[in-house]
Design a protein around this ligand. Structure first.
Ligand code: PAJ
Length: 289
């Protein structure tokens, strides 16, 4: 695996790989790699061709400067993990390479998809994500780019950007990887205290319970299961983790992210909860049976 830091060098290496007849799979990350990231790299590897991984803690997507400052960074460890998972090229540019002095362009997806949920609670976040992902796509020019379902809304926003701007890349989703107790892997989990880590189990518990609740709502022929479920889950959070604070618990259409009332086939349950000073997000598809 080769480590690259400049746009010029990544372009050169990608061009070389293409000349050898390889397609390009790309996994953008902010580092602090865990099994969630590594599963995307392995997925990319399994699809064949050359696999490029980027590690770049993108300053423009952090709406909270403290969050950016506290973001864990360990490039040597990340490089070793990338190599082990099968990456061919690691692209880890400095902030000045991505946003040189005087940089002024932005790529935005407008509308409810970026205003709802994460967009509401983290203003400007998705503008930073779409700008950096568009730039990374231009730098790497991948055939396929892999994004985790853990960040469901991000995945939908990136798909929309690609569709609306006719970007020649296929967005490939990867399933959420979880700890043995169900907590979704996240670079922020290391910030949880021992106590907080135990409390965090409430998040996957809520998502699992959501399916059971939908099953009983259907048996009782309840209508408006969306708002009913949301209320039940809110109550469940309050009783199981009284000091946790939910930014949102929502039952939405998986594509548009609009609240759903009647669940006719499937819905996405998505949550953002502050536990022990750490903001955790997670989601799960539930199905009407
Ligand atoms: P980051 O949080 O490092 O995540 C990189 C990729 O890994 C994203 O596609 C994310 O959805 C995926 N991922 C994270 N945790 C996962 C898990 N438990 N299971 C499966 N996939 C998981 O998301 C970003 O970085 C940035 O916004 C980025 C797209 C790199 C733009 O800066």
């Amino acid at each position: 695996m080769e480590k690259l830091t400049t746009v010029g060098s990544v372009r050169f290496k990608v061009r070389e790989a293409r000349a050898q007849g390889h397609t390009i799979g790309f996994v953008p990350t902010m580092g602090a790699l865990h099994e969630g990231h590594l599963s995307l790299i392995r997925q990319a590897k399994a699809d064949g061709g050359t696999v490029v991984v980027s590690v770049f803690v993108n300053p423009t997507q952090f709406n909270d400067p403290k969050d950016l400052e506290k973001y864990p960074r360990d490039l040597a460890r990340d490089a070793a993990l990338c190599e082990e998972a099968g990456a061919d090229l690691l692209f880890a540019p400095e902030a000045s390479e991505v946003y040189p002095e005087g940089y002024a362009a932005k790529v935005l997806v407008e509308g409810p998809l970026t205003r709802l949920l994460e967009g509401y609670f983290r203003p400007g976040h998705f503008d930073g994500v779409t700008t950096v992902v568009a730039k990374l796509f231009n730098m790497v020019q991948p055939d396929r780019a892999y994004f985790g379902e853990k960040d469901w809304q991000q995945l939908q926003v990136v798909k929309k950007m690609v569709r609306d701007l006719d970007m020649p890349v296929t967005v490939v989703p990867g399933p959420t990887v979880r700890e043995p107790d169900g907590l979704a892997m996240s670079s922020r989990n290391v910030r949880l205290s021992e106590e907080g880590r135990k409390k965090a189990k409430v998040v996957p518990y809520l998502l699992d319970t959501a399916q059971d609740l939908l099953d009983s709502a259907s048996r009782e022929m309840l209508t408006d299961q969306g708002p009913v479920l949301r209320q039940w889950l809110m109550t469940l959070l309050e009783s199981n983790a009284p000091d946790a604070k939910a930014d949102y618990i929502a039952v939405v259409d998986p594509d548009t992210l609009f609240d759903v009332d009647e669940i006719t086939d499937r819905a996405l349950v998505t949550v953002a909860v502050h536990i022990d000073g750490v903001r955790l997000i997670d989601n799960r598809i539930i199905v009407r049976r």
